[in-house]
Design a protein. Structure first.
Length: 263
């Protein structure tokens, strides 16, 4: 069991309740990373499901949970021959923090009937760049849990030269050796800096709604994350992220609506 597996562990209390402990190693300057929190919820949902994989997750972030004990309350809505539908709520100190609807199914290693191969061509990993190590007082513990190698134009905001477009692209893998799985993908699709940074915005950009789809089980190796946005307006922005595995297959798609950061 890896540290990430331990950090996302859900312990069954009864048929509708799981105890979890939110790990302080996945903090981004104060709040916990949203993808990490979804991975915790998905552990509980999949454990209670007759199917193996979380193929669709839609979540509303009502509050910002903090590290420490919490619970996942699940409600089985329907289970059919090929999919099951579950409502899951992350609760901390008696207050709902995240509400989610999750569809589980079992994916198989099959050749797709059709696959769009038009992935953005990334530079080689050795030509990509890392973000500077965060200052200890910044409370950015998430950086130590993963490796991100960025397409250099998408982090021009670091030197005051944003590209002017909402975009972010990087290679991703866990810092501790671990093959990507659906729970790692839940973290990966929310691991990039907000795409509005490249458009000139700064500050914490809280997610309000996030939906992601597991499209295939990823092969071992680096994931490629391609992030973009379509509209920044009235303090809101959207972010779309695709995750491609080391064999060039689309394995996850994500879209979220978030607030433009203040700071």
């Amino acid at each position: 069991m890896t540290k990430f597996d331990e950090a996302t562990q859900a312990i069954r209390v009864d048929e509708s309740t799981y105890d979890v402990c939110l790990d302080p190693g996945y903090v981004i300057g104060g709040p916990l990373n949203g993808g990490y929190l979804l991975a915790v919820i998905l552990r509980a949902v999949v454990d209670a499901s007759p199917f193996e994989h979380p193929v669709s997750t839609s979540a509303q972030f009502l509050k910002a949970p903090v590290p420490g004990p919490a619970r996942v309350r699940i409600e089985q809505l329907k289970a059919g021959r090929t999919a099951a539908f579950t409502r899951a709520t992350l609760i901390q100190d008696g207050v709902a923090q995240i509400e989610s609807l999750i569809t589980t199914a079992t994916l198989h290693d099959v050749e797709p009937t059709y696959a769009d191969k038009s992935i953005y061509v990334m530079p080689r990993p050795e030509e990509c760049a890392k973000l500077p190590e965060p200052k200890p007082e910044s409370n950015m513990t998430l950086n130590a849990r993963m490796e991100l190698l960025f397409d250099p134009p998408t982090i021009g905001w670091l030197t005051g030269e944003p590209s002017g477009r909402p975009e972010s692209r990087a290679y991703f893998r866990m810092a501790e050796p671990q093959d990507p799985d659906p729970y790692v993908l839940a973290l990966a699709v929310d691991a990039l800096p907000p795409v509005v940074f490249s458009a000139g915005a700064r500050g914490w950009a809280p997610t309000v709604d996030l939906t992601w789809h597991l499209r295939a089980l990823p092969a071992p190796g680096w994931l490629t994350l391609i992030g973009s946005g379509r509209l920044i307006s009235d303090g809101w922005f959207d972010e779309e992220v695709e995750a491609w595995d080391s064999e060039g297959r689309l394995v996850a798609q994500c879209r979220q609506l978030a607030r433009v950061g203040r700071g």
